[in-house]
Design a protein. Structure first.
Length: 478
């Protein structure tokens, strides 16, 4: 019987892996490809131009801020740990988007294992397997487990930090403390949301030491080592403001925090519909109201910390659905608690009715969530074909201006350096923009949104040679 949990975990892992292979080789032009393109470009440029961890570079030479040229193409967000790993895989194989997605997938599978181990230690193996199952099959999580973004890696680091914190507090092992510190260093150095997880960490530490935690020298050592990379990276990138994307708008642009629209988008549209497909909500709520046992307030503090993060970065979370990725592990835990209660505790409805209702709820949850998520896999029309044509028909050193928008997806698919132009960009589709780009060495213009009857369209057709035109894109030689 001891082998049953291991076999079950293996089967869940296999299921998770197979589900994440869906459209693995699709062009990088799917949902949120504008952000994936920059992440992928940094990794590709590490291979093409040499690895420079302190100066990650994208393909786009368009200034990130008006009046601040970014001639080096710096892209200074989180330290490029994920990009470096992808670049390493590229160096061993080839530069193909499916290899980058596989890196994310393997981090996601690692997260699944860590979530199982963490939940099992606090709630038992049965609940751990249920949490792992939900992590494996939620459509939202499946998609965001195979994107070219650092989030799958960060979730892995967060869960590793929690697991080894718990183990160190129980065993006082130096090895567990070392792993706890390393996972913390990497977690806190990345995006902002891991910093909010200090609250559940404090709950674990306080439960173990009480107010005596103040006297624990190893905790001060942990604090120094955990936050040193974060501080050093922030100090470093502050020297290059031209390479830091605008971010103040993420907090409360338009004063949306705690407005009706904020609650609607976060709780109804994202958590209720997109992530939990309506029918997962009762399971999560049931897990929430069940009396905590060995875990104490840890899981509640974890969930609360993510909601604090969502409230702080209100505009970012309302605008981007991938900002809710940190919710997935803890929602899986609470759903697992709810399901475990329905299956194995006494119920007024009886086992058969409870099991049938539960199976129906899970089936509806997955179906309705998939109904929303399936569109995420659709690619932008013509972007991949236009990019491939530019890559085939123009010199490798050609500088390209795209005309779709400030979205870098098309530029990434050309495999060239250049500028994003068109709607909402620094280089709108105009005669003046073309003149500026030519002065800076631009030699190719490509777009999938060409209007030959517009003033700009007529100007381009009258003054520049068409390299290739189809019903989906047009390429000009400048």
């Amino acid at each position: 019987m001891k082998a049953v949990p291991k076999i079950a975990l293996f089967l869940i892992l296999a299921l998770a892996f197979v589900l994440r292979l869906y459209k693995l080789s699709a062009p990088l032009a799917d949902h949120h490809s504008w952000r994936q393109a920059d992440t992928a470009a940094v990794a590709r440029n590490f291979v093409k131009e040499g690895w420079d961890f302190l100066r990650p570079k994208i393909d786009n030479m368009t200034p990130l801020h008006p009046g601040k040229p970014n001639s080096e193409r710096l892209f200074l967000v989180e330290p490029p740990v994920y990009n470096s790993i992808v670049a390493g895989v590229y160096s061993l194989t080839s530069v193909r988007v499916e290899y980058a997605r596989l890196v994310s997938i393997f981090f996601s599978l690692g997260s699944l294992i860590l979530l199982y181990l963490l939940t099992s230690e606090l709630l038992g193996k049965r609940t751990g397997l249920l949490a792992a199952f939900f992590f494996a099959v939620l459509p939202y999580n499946i998609f965001y487990s195979r994107v070219v973004l650092p989030e799958p890696m960060i979730i892995f680091l967060n869960l590793g930090m929690f697991l080894f914190a718990l183990r160190w507090l129980e065993s006082n092992s130096k090895l567990d403390f070392s792993f706890f510190t390393v996972f913390s260093m990497l977690s806190f150095s990345q995006k902002a949301f891991p910093l909010f997880l200090l609250l559940p960490l404090f709950v674990l530490i306080f439960k173990r030491f009480g107010f005596g935690f103040i006297k624990r020298k190893e905790l001060y050592l942990w604090l120094v080592f955990s936050f040193l990379p974060f501080v050093l990276w922030r100090q470093w990138i502050s020297r290059f403001p031209e390479g830091i994307p605008a971010n103040l708008w993420l907090f409360n642009q338009g004063g949306i925090r705690f407005k009706g629209a904020f609650f609607h988008w976060i709780f109804a549209e994202r958590i209720g519909k997109l992530i939990l497909g309506y029918f997962g909500l009762p399971l999560a709520f049931l897990g929430l109201v069940l009396k905590p046992k060995k875990e104490g307030l840890f899981f509640y503090a974890w969930l609360f910390s993510i909601f604090i993060y969502i409230a702080v970065f209100a505009s970012g979370n309302v605008t981007h659905d991938y900002y809710q990725i940190p919710l997935i592990p803890i929602l899986c835990v609470f759903m697992a608690k709810g399901v475990d209660f329905l299956l194995f505790e006494k119920s007024a409805f009886g086992k058969v009715i409870s099991t049938v209702l539960l199976a129906a709820s899970i089936a509806f949850m997955l179906a309705f969530s998939w109904y929303e998520v399936r569109g995420f896999y659709h690619i932008q029309g013509g972007v991949d074909l236009a990019g491939a044509a530019v890559d085939e028909l123009t010199p490798k050193n050609a500088l390209v201006l795209t005309g779709d928008s400030n979205d870098a997806t098309l530029l990434y698919n050309t495999n060239r350096l250049g500028w994003t132009g068109g709607f909402a960009s620094n280089f709108p589709n105009s005669k003046e923009s073309i003149g500026k780009i030519k002065e800076m060495g631009g030699s190719v213009y490509v777009t999938t949104k060409f209007d030959r009857n517009s003033e700009f369209g007529k100007y381009m057709l009258e003054n520049f040679k068409v390299i290739k035109e189809t019903d989906q894109y047009i390429i000009f030689a400048l």
